[in-house]
Design a protein around this ligand. Structure first.
Ligand SMILES: *Cc1c(COP(=O)(O)O)cnc(C)c1O
Length: 342
């Protein structure tokens, strides 16, 4: 399909109306079935909908790329399918089967393929959401659910050089509680993060480094991204203890660090004091890919990491991951998934 007439170089990360979006509905305890593409636009919803009153909603974030092989590709979409099913289960919503999820994503991507930026100019961000639709006055699961997928073309997250992040380690806020919902992509987790990040930005920081709620010596995540620390030949990332979001990028980076860089990877406990003296720190996620951390401030004291520069592991891992995602280099893992466009 001929590309839309969009100034691809001017694209940032924001809402952008496309042609169509996916919609299906499902009763509680039911199976997701049917569903179809509908024109992109506003929807009607009851003021008493479960999602509006009690936050019964979960989402995903993925990207479709126009690859070097002139194909439209997704990256490990089955992992997003399994994760949204887990997230839905935690919030008492009917679980999507992976094949159903994937088919819906493919249809949306295919129908909006002219909105996918050309090779090297960013990607089509894909936002699947499941929420409780039916009116519920008392706190209870809704009786009817909606699954929707919309998309937006987004530019490369960073234009030109990557600037290492300047973080504040927060002792005023936690992101997630032990045995809470930090390990699923529940919408409420992100409303809770708005105040901390606004305050951090007001003080001149880029993002918040969250500490573990029941042991503030330990580090958990950076905003909506997972964190890694390299010291010598060792790479450490917090283990999936229940309050950490299991990132698809995190999982991929663990594999690539072992296979491509020969690093020894440990999923364990990451001490804040070790972060201060690390050889390098970086964070991972669909939006940020791999982004270095240059500074961490805690209780008024600023610690500079790797002289504030992007480290060698982050540089190599970012290049390799993006290379696989955009089909510049071979994918021995079967991570890249082609979408046939019509
Ligand atoms: C989405 C998310 C991530 C990153 O997950 P990816 O699958 O790599 O995009 C990390 N932390 C949080 C809190 C998130 O919401």
């Amino acid at each position: 399909m001929t590309k839309q007439n969009i100034d691809w170089d001017a694209l940032g990360f924001g809402v952008y109306p496309t042609r169509s979006m996916w919609q299906s509905t499902c009763p509680i305890n039911g199976d997701w079935a049917d569903g179809s593409l509908i024109p992109y636009g506003n929807i009607e919803i009851s003021p008493a909908a479960g999602v509006l009153n009690y936050g019964q909603g979960v989402f995903e974030g993925m990207k479709a790329y126009h690859s070097a092989k002139d194909r439209i590709v997704l990256f490990r979409p089955n992992m997003n399918g399994k994760r949204i099913a887990n997230s839905s289960h935690r919030l008492c919503m009917p679980e999507l089967k992976t094949d159903y999820f994937l088919n819906a994503v493919e249809q949306v991507v295919s129908d909006n393929s002219d909105f996918i930026p050309p090779y090297g100019k960013g990607g089509l961000y894909i936002r699947p959401i499941v929420w409780g639709t039916s009116p519920t006055l008392g706190v209870a699961p809704a009786s009817k659910y909606t699954f929707m997928i919309y998309t937006a073309p987004v530019g490369s997250y960073f234009k030109g050089n990557i600037k290492p992040l300047n973080l504040i380690a927060s002792d005023s806020y936690h992101r997630a509680a032990p045995k809470g919902i930090g390990n699923v992509k529940a919408i409420g987790n992100y409303s809770a993060s708005l105040r901390p990040v606004i305050e951090a930005k007001t003080q001149g920081f880029d993002e918040v480094l969250y500490l573990k709620a029941d042991d503030e010596r330990l580090v958990e995540e950076v905003g909506s991204a997972n964190i890694f620390m390299r010291k010598g030949n060792q790479l450490v990332t917090p283990k999936l203890s229940g309050s950490i979001l299991p990132g698809v990028t995190r999982d991929s980076i663990i594999q690539l660090a072992q296979d491509r860089l020969g690093l020894q990877v440990e999923e364990g406990e990451l001490l804040l004091s070790d972060v201060f003296s690390a050889d390098e720190i970086f964070c991972t996620g669909t939006a940020v890919v791999v982004t270095p951390v240059g500074q961490v401030t805690f209780r008024g004291k600023t610690h500079t990491i790797n002289d504030g520069n992007m480290g060698e592991a982050a540089t190599e891992l970012r290049k390799t991951l993006l290379g696989i995602q955009r089909e510049d280099i071979d994918d021995p893992y079967g991570w890249v998934h082609e979408v046939k466009t019509t």
